[in-house]
Design a protein around this ligand. Structure first.
Ligand SMILES: [Zn+2]
Length: 338
């Protein structure tokens, strides 16, 4: 299999300076190992809360105009995820789609009450490239507002649909009071993945843009200088569990953290089977879907000795802002709700 040049594999490393030449964070050179993750390592659990008909691969059959006629299944599958996380005493970040939040408000408040972070997945799940500056801003603002109204807590984080983050997204996040983005995905074969400019190594081993927005990239595995998708989603369902766990341990040894993502529809084996899209899209959407919850259970068990945390808990005070003028200064007080 031919893999792309890894955006994150080259360039400056930790503490090596400012502008990053390859527009992405470095995964420090890894030694091949099958050992367990070490102490102090964090696994960041993230869930993109959207329903089965809102997935980009199924969009030809289910444009936005059809969504209100579809069976809503996101509540029950999300609650199954919440129960699983409770059993493992794990906390997660739920990037909730604004369209879902407007129809399933009680689900959002339940996620919040059970101690997880509520963040934004935008409102319409349209790829960011396809929105005008005004539409993008409205999408980000509308989702943030509905989520904050439901929980009474400021939304800090954003994940772009299909990781389609752009320079315009980063700019709007800064203007609208967001604090971090988790949309960067170094697997460049997928052309939906965005590559915003200006990411720099920030104080405290984090990555940030010039406007202070921190970046928590989805974790991928670097093999031979190439980025192999390892952050979750369909790839979590594709690779055998033991192999997947091996890769996560390797990422943890080099990065000290691993950012995982999944979706409620990935554990919903009873969802309607869509036939109007091509074979590859159907294969990617339904592959091993009936066994995902068990895989997740194994995954959380395997890494129970790590911190299983939300992005907000992981970033803590660092999410208050980056003061580029003083590399020793960890934070600058931000604004907005607490
Ligand atoms: Zn999504």
């Amino acid at each position: 299999m031919t893999l792309p040049r890894d955006l994150f594999a080259k360039g400056t490393g930790e503490g090596e300076g400012d502008e990053h030449p390859n527009r992405g964070p470095v995964q420090r050179t890894a030694k091949t190992t099958t050992g367990n993750a070490g102490p102090g390592e964090s696994v960041l659990i993230t869930v993109d809360v959207e329903d089965w008909f809102q997935v980009e691969n199924l969009r030809p059959a289910y444009p936005l105009e059809r969504w209100d006629s579809c069976e809503l299944r996101v509540e029950s599958s999300t609650k199954s995820l919440l129960d699983l996380l409770d059993r493992h005493r794990a906390k997660a970040t739920f990037f909730v789609l604004g369209w879902v939040a407007e129809r399933c408000g009680r689900l959002v408040t339940e996620i919040h009450k059970r101690g997880h972070e509520i963040a934004s997945h935008g409102w319409s799940h349209q790829l960011c490239f396809g929105l005008t500056t005004r539409e993008l801003r409205e999408d980000l603002l509308r989702s943030k507002s509905i989520l904050e109204d439901l929980t009474g807590q400021a939304v800090w984080g954003y994940r772009a649909p299909s990781f389609s983050v752009t320079d315009g997204v980063v700019e709007a996040l800064g203007e609208l009071g967001y604090r971090y983005d988790s949309s960067l995905n170094s697997f460049s074969i997928d052309k939906r993945h965005g590559q915003p400019n200006g990411l720099r190594a920030a104080p405290g081993r984090e990555w940030a843009f010039a406007n202070g927005i921190l970046e928590l990239p989805v974790s991928n595995l670097v093999i031979g200088g190439q980025s192999v998708p390892w952050g979750g989603g369909g790839y979590f369902r594709f690779w055998p569990s033991r192999l997947f766990h091996w890769g996560v341990k390797r990422i943890l040894r080099t990065d000290g953290r691993y950012v995982f993502y999944c979706h409620p529809w990935e554990i919903d084996a009873g969802q309607p089977r869509v036939k109007e899209v091509g074979f590859l899209h159907r294969y990617r959407h339904y592959k091993n879907i009936d066994g995902t919850l068990k895989r997740l259970d194994r995954f959380l068990t395997e890494f129970r000795h790590c911190g299983l945390v939300s992005c907000r808990d992981y970033l803590g005070d660092r999410a208050r802002g980056v003061d580029w003028s003083d590399p020793l200064s960890p934070a600058r007080e931000g604004s907005g709700k607490q």
